[in-house]
Design a protein around this ligand. Structure first.
Ligand code: 26W
Length: 814
């Protein structure tokens, strides 16, 4: 589609938009006005293809994938939409003619921060790849009024503020009240048999809630595909409101009632690793699932096909277990509303649903108390029980007398509904997110399920969209790549491998270096403007950007910086390559230990950055409120990527891929997708350290790890740890970090931080030495960029499309 025939046409349409939509001129409009006008102008253009895409899908009865996720961490959309629509340069130049800067306008958009971290951002990358590959795949999520909390650092500590991202409106969404769906909670279910002996269920006295969809277009790259991200918002139904008002006769009651229903889509739970078991969260999950599945069933019915065709036309994917109620909800609709029998409904459900597991942390495994599920979702509970009964009976046939095994696999046990078990039993495909992670699922965490259903398990190593994370975030690098190898890599990211031709080309390696330096200078400028901190672009930019969690071991990084500080203080001739340590990390508000680590990092920053003896050599910056848009500024400027989780715990990681693609070198453990990065780039182009997964398991098995022994034997460890609690620049004589000290020593260091300390130090020294050998370093960086195409989410999505969803590219759109 040609959007604007040239720059002049864009300029006049843009000016007209400002006048007609906002009643402003270029001179009277604020920057936000111009952002809004530009956004709506682009949205109007998108609409044509949006309609056309939907019509084509309908006409060809194309199989549709619905990606159900409690999180979509979309970030900003303006820049990416312009890129995908092929008008980025034209718009940028047009705006410049009018005295406006596109990047300034982009900064006016609030991040759509509807996710916690990896899982939510993966969902967003997947949507971009689906549309870009002309695949019919849509997102199904919640329209939280408050997204991921806004993090402030006050007195060195994390303080959470609400993220009211909708305050100035979300220009990309379209409210579609005509597609609203009723979702029901509570009440009672009664059953009766008809004259043929068939059971019928009657659901009464329930609380109805209206689910109103807000659709966001998902624009494909240089094609005409526009898919949909459908976000549901909770509202009271009109009838319910009227009867309540009538009955109670008081306005206050009505308002309270309205608020309580709306609260279902009020906020994103800010915890990405511990399952809290709160009833509002269960309401959110069922609300998403019920609205989504009902609306999918509606569209399927419009095709006029028999129900047995449902799995040929629909794939329902669940992003972790949070939307696992898709399984009983589809069963409910097929049986209670469409009159299907159990077996038939079960076959359709199982053939349609597939499930991705994103973590093996036991505290993250969702389970709901039976009493809660029964009272909140009585009919769904009956169906889950029946699924469980039938599953256990089938197990009994295969494994007669094996009570232990059956109890272990049951969906309902010990008064809990186990969502992972429900997801596995109700899906035809179960995947992990990196090779190592999938092996751990098969051989350990889900071993008994794997033995029962080996054909269902498969791996889909994660990926990231190279359009947002390279083409848009790092335009200078992107141009240099295109000058060198042409532009095929943009649609075939594996073509980045062609860059290896330049491994001996000094001029090209220098060019890479210059680009990195320019990005670092721009980032340093941004830090100065926003944080008031001066950082030196000639120092190594070392970044650790991810949620704060014990297993991710930001603490290991922090202890290393304390150690460097001590070395510099005790030996002024200590040979050190200047480094800037940059952190971005949010802690779950209830995760006390993680918050302590944030406080420690901020304490280290204030000590190090203010000490004239060391501040020219090391700097520490903790950037508050890490987000997608901040990541886009940091990643292109990074030299070193910290991926230092305790082996076995990081399912995949995706930040590791973004940083690699932008030429940063990984310091990492053999965990998650680091293993695959290592296998691709080779040992010389990555800095691997620490225990392997096998070694971690060995320690678990023989219980022989003693952090106290490490402390006793390693003077560096002892000195650094003592500084946490004894008088030191870091403790300031207070007990702020006692808990960290205790976790490491009294509680035997759950994540092997001390065990890996020596190896980490050694590796970091090597990093510093290597960084000084510019040519070799640039070569390593080149190898990383060259090999990063494998980690494009286009590759990942092609695998899902072929091996799980059975969908093909929609060529008819061309
Ligand atoms: C119920 C609380 C809760 C919420 C979210 C538990 C667990 C989660 C997610 C599964 C956590 C998560 O985001 N996992 C991350 O998923 C990424 C995408 O697959 C991986 O790259 C990360 O390694 C994994 O930690």
């Amino acid at each position: 589609m040609v959007m604007f025939s040239d720059k002049e046409e864009f300029k006049s349409e843009f000016k007209a938009q400002l006048e007609n939509q906002l009643g402003k001129t270029i001179d009277s409009a604020s920057e936000f006005d111009t952002y809004r006008a530009l956004g709506s102008l682009i949205q109007e253009k998108i609409n044509k293809n949006w309609l056309k895409t939907n019509q084509e899908y309908k006409k060809h009865k194309t199989k549709q994938v619905y990606y159900f996720s409690m999180e979509f961490l979309m970030g900003r959309l303006l820049g990416n939409n312009l890129l995908n629509l092929h008008v980025l340069a034209l718009v940028e130049e047009g705006l410049a003619d009018l005295g406006l800067s596109l990047s300034e306008l982009e900064n006016k958009e609030s991040d759509a921060g509807l996710g916690n971290g990896g899982l939510g951002r993966l969902a967003a990358c997947f949507l971009d790849s689906l549309a870009s590959l002309e695949l019919a795949g849509h997102g199904c999520g919640l329209r939280y009024r408050y997204g991921m909390f806004d993090q402030h650092i006050i007195d060195g500590k994390q303080v959470e503020f609400p993220d009211y991202w909708l305050s100035k409106g979300f220009i990309w969404e379209v409210r579609r009240p005509e597609d609203s769906i009723e979702v029901r909670f509570g009440g009672h279910v009664s059953s009766n048999r008809d004259k043929d002996g068939k059971l019928h269920f009657k659901y009464e006295n329930y609380q109805p809630v209206q689910a109103v969809p807000y659709d966001v277009p998902v624009v494909g790259y240089h094609n005409d595909t526009v898919n949909t991200l459908r976000l549901w918002s909770a509202e009271p139904t009109v009838e319910d409101t009227m009867t309540k008002a009538e009955r109670e006769g008081e306005f206050g009651h009505f308002l309270a009632h309205k608020r309580s229903l709306e609260s279902i889509s009020d906020f994103l739970y800010p915890d990405d690793s511990t399952e809290e078991g709160k009833s509002l969260r269960l309401k959110q999950e069922y609300f998403l699932v019920s609205a989504g599945v009902q609306s999918v069933v509606r569209s399927f019915e419009r095709l006029g096909l028999p129900w047995s065709c449902f799995p040929d036309k629909v794939a329902l994917h669940i992003n972790d277990t949070h939307p696992a109620l898709v399984i009983p909800e589809l069963m409910r609709i097929l049986m209670d509303e469409k009159g299907m029998g159990w077996e038939e409904a079960w076959d359709v459900t199982q053939a349609s649903v597939s499930y991705t597991n994103h973590t093996t942390l036991s505290e993250a495994l969702e389970s709901w108390p039976v009493g809660l599920v029964r009272s909140l979702l009585p009919r769904i509970f009956m169906i889950i029980n029946e699924i469980n009964e039938r599953f256990c009976q089938a197990l009994w046939k295969t494994y007669p007398g094996e009570f232990d095994r059956i109890a272990d696999l049951a969906i309902v046990a010990d008064g809990q509904v186990k969502m992972a078990h429900l997801s596995i039993v109700g899906s035809h495909s179960i995947n992990g997110v990196a090779k190592l992670h999938t092996d751990i699922l098969k051989e350990r965490e889900m071993k008994r399920f794997y033995n029962t259903f080996p054909e269902r398990f498969n791996n889909k190593t994660n990926g990231i969209t190279h359009r947002r994370w390279l083409m848009h975030a790092n335009r200078p690098l992107s141009s240099a790549i295109t000058e060198a190898i042409g532009d095929r890599w943009m649609t075939e990211p594996k073509e980045l491998i062609q860059l290896l031709k330049y491994k001996d080309d000094l001029a090209f390696l220098d060019r890479l270096h210059e680009i990195k330096q320019e990005n670092k200078a721009a980032f340093a400028h941004w830090i100065k403007e926003t944080q008031g901190i001066t950082i030196d672009p000639s120092s190594i930019f070392d970044v650790q950007i991810k949620r704060l969690h014990g297993y991710k071991r930001q603490l290991l990084n922090a202890l290393h910086i304390m150690h460097l500080y001590n070395e510099l203080k005790s030996d002024p001739t200590f040979d050190i390559v200047p480094r800037t340590f940059i952190f971005g990390a949010k802690a779950a508000p209830s995760y006390h230990f993680a918050k302590k680590v944030i406080q420690l990092i901020n304490r280290i920053a204030s000590v190090v950055n203010n000490d004239p003896d060391v501040r020219d050599y090391i700097k520490v910056v903790f950037l508050p409120n890490y987000s997608v848009s901040m990541a886009e500024k940091m990643i292109p400027a990074s030299n070193v990527s910290e991926q230092i989780s305790m082996a076995t715990k990081e399912a995949s990681g995706t930040g590791n891929m973004k940083l690699m693609m932008n030429g940063a070198l990984t310091v990492g453990t053999m965990d998650g997708a680091n293993v695959e990065i290592h296998d691709l780039v080779g040992h010389d182009n990555i800095y691997i350290f620490g225990l392997s997964s096998e070694e971690v398991w060995d320690y678990y098995r023989n219980g022989s790890y003693s952090s106290r022994a490490v402390y006793d034997n390693d003077e560096r460890v002892r000195h650094t740890l003592d500084q946490l609690i004894h008088y030191s620049p870091f403790s300031k004589g207070e007990r702020d970090f006692q808990e960290i000290y205790d976790a490491l020593l009294t509680y035997n260091d759950e994540y092997f931080v001390l065990k890996d300390f020596a190896s980490y130090l050694f590796t970091q020294r090597k990093v510093s030495q290597d960084y000084q050998r510019k040519r070799q370093w640039n070569l390593k960086s080149l190898v990383n960029i060259s090999q990063s195409g494998v980690f494009s989410s286009d590759r990942t999505i092609q695998e899902y499309a072929r091996e799980i969803w059975d969908i093909q590219r929609v060529q008819t759109l061309k």
